[in-house]
Design a protein around this ligand. Structure first.
Ligand code: AMP
Length: 503
């Protein structure tokens, strides 16, 4: 069977730990994925383009990355723990990944002990040939499916929900790989932007409401799939279009074929891509993420002005909204906080204890600017409130006279199950406190969040149409657009890890 072998992942990067429970960085043991994906079809330097694309998508996942290529005879796979730039920067590494077709993945591992067998792309030898798959998002019926697969004899190698898709594909009684893929995705629920590679095609797919993003680009005759347009920009590819919600694209030497396996639904992309997750230079649905973030700040200033001398962003996440706020309020914007760029995102550290320390390592007060001043601090969102509390304190310690807090999104009152990893309800500040107790917790002189309608206005709508919401906004509204079988099944909320299920 052509191309059904892979060259192994590099041995020195494979510290497989067998006996751990996956831990989210929030300290519970639920599996989550939030990632970046990239795919290339028909480029001589497919692996190098993929490494560059993953580098541009590094903000979507920093713990591990992998690339699988196909060279016309054989698949090659390299999956490593750590940053793309530290691992896929050497000629020797890229040269081993031969071929004109590739898929790649950045993983935002939520496991306490990161293990290589969870790092994507996952590869399997199917009776149709080799098959590699990379997934951004999170399935909401993976546990349900996995239980049933295991009870009928499946042997799972990873704890990733993505592996379920591989099993469904391999067990499908359909003949062609395209039909099997359709068969598999018709059984999964939740959020997914998938890229997959066979020996003659690159496949891309988005879930029926298009929660996670996926775009198509073209580069000198080669096709590219990527989570965000910033990954097209880095390789000099032109943007063709987005993969639509519920669409599956099959790219072969004959071009792109589009399949619509699901009944038509209105798109509901995740609003959090605009608020926090996507890179500001990306374009989503024709709108610049940067412009939307500025508009969030404009709306916030209209809804909740404050009598102050300065507008200070919490860097980097609050910067565009603070610019918008400052322009709307006609109050000077100043960098009152300096961020140390050599520390990763606060959320990377899996333990709360280390995360708290991380905030201190990350931000310092620019005391000369803020001493004696009344200021508004702007951030994009509040999850646990750890960042806001630390920074309000930092500002007062540095001599600020009044510190007001403004948040350019609504209170996060509901957990996420689709891959952005906002934690259990009990850990969400806004799920358990009213505005006044949140203000007290942060120690701010005043506190305000943007309204849900304000978010919709910033994205160019008139407000939220509750009959027909245009975004996945469950974090703020509790309106989940898919079935949540793993949360609400007959056995009640299931928070056991997949590994714990199988031991
Ligand atoms: P917290 O300190 O727990 O309130 O977290 C809020 C900070 O985390 C804000 O500065 C956000 O920019 C950032 N943030 C929000 N959502 C996420 C997420 N899903 N992953 C990582 N960081 C996030």
């Amino acid at each position: 069977m052509a191309g059904a072998q892979t060259t192994p992942d590099t041995a020195d990067t494979d510290p497989v730990t067998q006996d751990h429970k996956p831990q989210s960085r929030y300290g519970d043991d639920r599996l989550r994925e939030e990632c970046g994906v990239f795919g290339v079809f028909g480029a001589a330097d497919a692996a190098a383009l993929t490494a560059l694309g993953l580098h541009a998508l590094q903000h979507r996942g920093q713990e591990a990355a992998g690339i699988v290529t196909y060279d016309g005879a054989q698949f090659h796979s390299d999956r490593r723990l750590g940053l793309v730039g530290d691992n896929f920067n050497k000629q020797s590494v890229i040269q081993r990944l031969k071929g004109t077709m590739a898929v790649g993945h950045n993983r935002y591992s939520t496991t306490g002990d990161t293990i290589l067998r969870n790092v994507q792309p996952l590869f399997a030898d199917l009776d149709t040939g080799g098959f590699a798959i990379a997934h951004n998002g999170n399935l909401t019926n993976a546990l349900e499916l996995r239980r049933s697969l295991i009870s009928s004899g499946a042997i799972c190698q990873s704890t990733s929900d993505t592996e379920v898709i591989l099993h469904l594909l391999s067990r499908s009684d359909k003949r062609s790989i395209v039909e099997r893929f359709v068969d598999a995705i018709c059984q999964i629920d939740g959020a997914y932007a998938l890229v997959a590679l066979t020996n003659d095609m690159l496949i891309g797919a988005r879930d029926p409401v298009g929660i996670r993003p996926l775009v198509i680009g073209k580069h000198k005759g080669a096709y590219i799939l990527a989570s965000e347009t910033c990954a097209l920009d880095i390789v000099g590819a032109e943007f063709v279009r987005e993969v639509e919600n519920g669409e599956m694209v099959v790219i072969t030497k004959n071009g792109i074929e589009s399949h619509r396996p699901f009944p038509k639904r209105q798109p509901r992309p995740c609003i959090f891509e605009y608020i926090y997750f996507a890179r500001p230079d990306s374009i989503i649905d024709g709108k610049s993420v940067y412009d939307v973030r500025k508009q969030l700040g404009v709306q916030l200033a209209k809804e909740s002005p404050a009598e102050v001398d300065l507008i200070v962003p919490i860097p980097d996440s609050g910067v565009p909204a603070a610019i918008g706020f400052s322009q709307q309020a006609n109050v000077p914007f100043e960098l009152g906080i300096i961020r140390n760029h050599y520390v990763g995102r606060t959320f990377i550290e899996p333990e709360q204890r280390i995360r708290k320390l991380g905030v201190k390592l990350k931000h310092s007060a620019n005391a000369g600017i803020i001493r004696g001043k009344r200021l508004v601090l702007i951030d994009d969102s509040v999850v646990r409130g750890t960042t806001s509390k630390k920074i309000v304190q930092l500002m007062y310690e540095a001599g600020a006279r009044e510190v007001h807090m403004r948040i350019a999104s609504p209170p996060i009152t509901h957990p996420d199950f689709y891959g952005i990893d906002t934690p259990d309800k009990e850990d969400l500040l806004a799920a358990n406190h009213d505005l006044e107790s949140m203000r007290k917790f942060m120690g701010a002189a005043s506190l305000a969040f943007l309204s849900v309608d304000g978010v919709y206005c910033a994205v160019g709508h008139e407000g939220r149409n509750s009959q027909n919401p245009q975004f996945t906004d469950h974090c703020f509204t509790g309106d989940y657009p898919t079935r949540l079988a793993d949360q609400t099944g007959s056995k009640g909320p299931r928070q056991l890890s997949l590994l714990a299920e199988v031991v």
